[in-house]
Design a protein around this ligand. Structure first.
Ligand code: NAP
Length: 253
């Protein structure tokens, strides 16, 4: 396996949850890391907490010009780019008929369009370094027992997986490795914007249809370790798909 020391990575969604944990692990391995998110203040606070060779990069992954400007800042600061991991993402829990149009579009925009825009902007830089793209799916894309009422999120993450397969074929001759990683449930801020009433409805359905226990939740750090593992394979060898899910039976209430 290759060392990550002095390699340069962009972690979108790096101010929180899985992205933040991933950045922490990569920094510990000696990498230089740009963490990107929309809100500058929490991003800068996290960068200070992480320390090391970290760049706080205010960026909206749904805005092409913002992504392009962020990419240029990384190369200005660190001189190269060796990999990206597209953690920026969000979901809401609503029955399909209740999902507000604005939230429907937001789920598609951040999780799918944002992933594509980041990959597009990174490819020219990764072609030079023989770098690595890691996209982020979700266990909700294929496991029926995951938290319900996230149909559009699951569908969009399935689209991210298909996009990633196509991307792998397109860029392999450029020496770029491509991996899709799929988290199960990890303790993060992702449920922070959930509507309490609609979430309660989802809980009732979850318990009714899939029993009183879930597979539990795990610490984001473990997912960061898994990402570092994927990024450590030598050029010419890549994990296509890795799903990391907790498996500790845990009461849902
Ligand atoms: N946690 C889980 O159990 C779980 C399970 C399966 C999959 N996932 C996936 O893992 C990824 C990370 O989720 P998480 O749980 O770590 O969520 P989180 O704690 O809510 O973090 C989300 C991050 O994305 C950023 N973000 C949101 N919209 C953005 C935008 N338009 N442009 C740039 N950054 C944006 C947020 O910062 P700002 O709000 O400041 O932009 C934040 O840094 C997501 O793709 C999620 O779908 C998570």
């Amino acid at each position: 396996m290759e060392s990550l020391r002095d390699k340069v990575f962009l972690i979108t969604g790096g101010s929180s949850g899985l992205g933040r944990a991933a950045a922490e692990v990569l920094l510990e391995r000696g990498a230089k890391v740009a963490i990107a998110a929309r809100r500058a203040a929490p991003l800068e606070a996290v960068a200070r907490e992480l320390g090391g060779e970290v760049l706080a990069l205010p960026m909206d992954v749904t805005v092409k010009a913002s992504v392009a400007a962020g990419m240029e800042r990384i190369v200005d600061r660190f001189g190269r780019l060796d990999g990206i991991a597209t953690f920026a993402g969000l979901t809401f829990a609503y029955r399909i008929e209740d999902l507000p149009e604005e939230r429907l579009r937001h789920i598609v925009d951040v999780n799918l369009i944002g992933t594509v825009l980041c990959c597009q902007a990174a490819i020219p830089h990764l072609r030079k370094s023989g770098g690595h793209i890691v996209t982020i799916s979700s266990a909700s894309a294929r496991h029926r027992e995951e938290f319900p009422h996230m149909a559009i999120y699951g569908a969009v993450k399935a689209a991210v997986e298909k996009f990633t397969l196509e991307l792998r074929d397109e860029v392999k001759r450029d020496g770029i490795s491509v991996t899709c990683m799929s988290p199960g449930s990890f303790v993060t801020e992702i449920t922070g914007n959930f509507d309490p009433d609609h979430t309660e409805q989802a809980y009732e359905v979850w318990i009714r249809d899939h029993g009183p226990d879930s597979d539990g939740m795990q610490e984001p750090r473990y997912f960061g370790e898994a990402l570092a593992h994927c990024l450590s394979y030598p050029r010419g060898l890549a994990v296509d798909f890795m799903e990391v899910r907790p498996n500790v039976p845990t009461p849902k209430r």
